[in-house]
Design a protein around this ligand. Structure first.
Ligand code: PSU
Length: 310
């Protein structure tokens, strides 16, 4: 008995369908940040603000999620609200995306799953807050986000404020180097650390313009290289929480996570929530600002790629 592969149940929002028909630049957006990364109502407000930023920069947003077994590329306002309000939404990564679609489930997409969906929809640029990476304590837990492997194999340029600073950042960048993923700091020589501009770690590559990043993306395509690029865009100085202030906050959130035995997919949402409380909400304000800044840069890169990346 053979089973014919089904056609991928893809649904483009009217706005994304129009953009595709007209050949306008598209920027993919993830939804784990909506369902697991930010509290309500800032989650939906941020998703809408980010979409507006992308439109204002001359590109078209494509927010990605699985709803009732369909992979949505672009969500209507109503769909975004439904996803944000749904209970027990799965957090989908590479391992769970196909199973969720097959079971006609609903789930938000992480960086890894959003990259897979973006590629399936022919979208080359994606904006998020911070990628997942190597968790502290990896020596015993082996907790390494599938986002890193995805960057090594799926040809999408991901604009983030680096990796989330709750992670083991040196180990995360080591893995990216091993996997051959270009890690490009935008406009500075040092890697940013999500809420902070400084990480104390040198950037493997530095680029100062969207045009240069788009050209590098196009050159990878020309070389036939399979993976993507990570663009690490430092949070604006006016919005950052300096590293010296963040380090003790991160330490106490990590201590709480370990005391409560938090593990696997629950770690990142738990830590983000604890840090939100420990900083009296300032971490969320910074997170919103950095996602919006990443969206604007991603739109500029997508616009450059639309003209051939040169
Ligand atoms: N960016 C944010 N907040 C988030 C995320 C990104 O500002 O919550 C999400 C992304 O979807 C990323 C995920 O893939 O966090 C990483 O989760 P983990 O560490 O469990 O792999």
């Amino acid at each position: 008995m053979s089973i014919l592969p089904p056609t991928l149940p893809l649904a483009f929002s009217p706005e994304v369908a129009d953009a595709r028909a007209d050949g306008r630049p598209l920027v993919a957006l993830e939804t784990t940040i909506v369902t697991h990364g930010m509290p309500s109502p800032q989650n939906v407000e941020t998703a809408q603000a980010v979409e507006a930023d992308i439109r204002a920069a001359g590109a078209v947003p494509a927010t990605i999620a699985v709803m009732d077994g369909t992979l949505h590329i672009g969500l209507t306002e109503d769909e975004l609200h439904r996803l944000a309000e749904a209970r027990d939404v799965a957090k989908l990564s590479r391992a769970d995306l196909a199973a969720c679609l097959a079971r006609r489930g609903t789930g938000s997409t992480t960086v890894a799953a959003t990259m897979i969906a973006a590629r399936a929809a022919g979208i080359a640029v994606f904006a998020t807050g911070g990628i997942g990476g190597v968790h502290r304590g990896w020596e015993t837990t082996l907790d390494i986000s599938a986002d890193l492997q995805e960057l090594a194999q799926t040809p999408v340029t991901v604009v983030a404020a680096g990796a989330k600073a709750i992670l083991d950042l040196p180990a995360t960048f080591e893995v990216l180097e091993t996997l051959g993923v270009p890690v490009i700091a935008y406009g500075q020589d040092e890697m940013p650390a999500f809420w902070s501009r400084a990480s104390g770690l040198p950037a493997p590559l530095r680029m100062d313009s969207a045009a240069e990043i788009a050209a590098a993306h196009a050159m990878r395509t020309a070389l036939g290289l399979p993976g993507g690029q990570l663009v690490a865009n430092p949070i604006d100085p006016a919005d950052e929480i300096p590293r010296d202030e963040m380090l003790p906050v991160i330490e106490s959130a990590l201590a709480e996570a370990s005391a409560q035995g938090i593990s696997a997919k629950a770690v990142t949402p738990f830590l983000l929530d604890r840090i939100f409380h420990l900083t009296d909400g300032r971490s969320l304000t910074a997170n919103i600002a950095l996602v919006r800044s990443n969206a604007r840069l991603a739109a500029a890169i997508a616009a450059e790629l639309g003209t051939g990346g040169r």
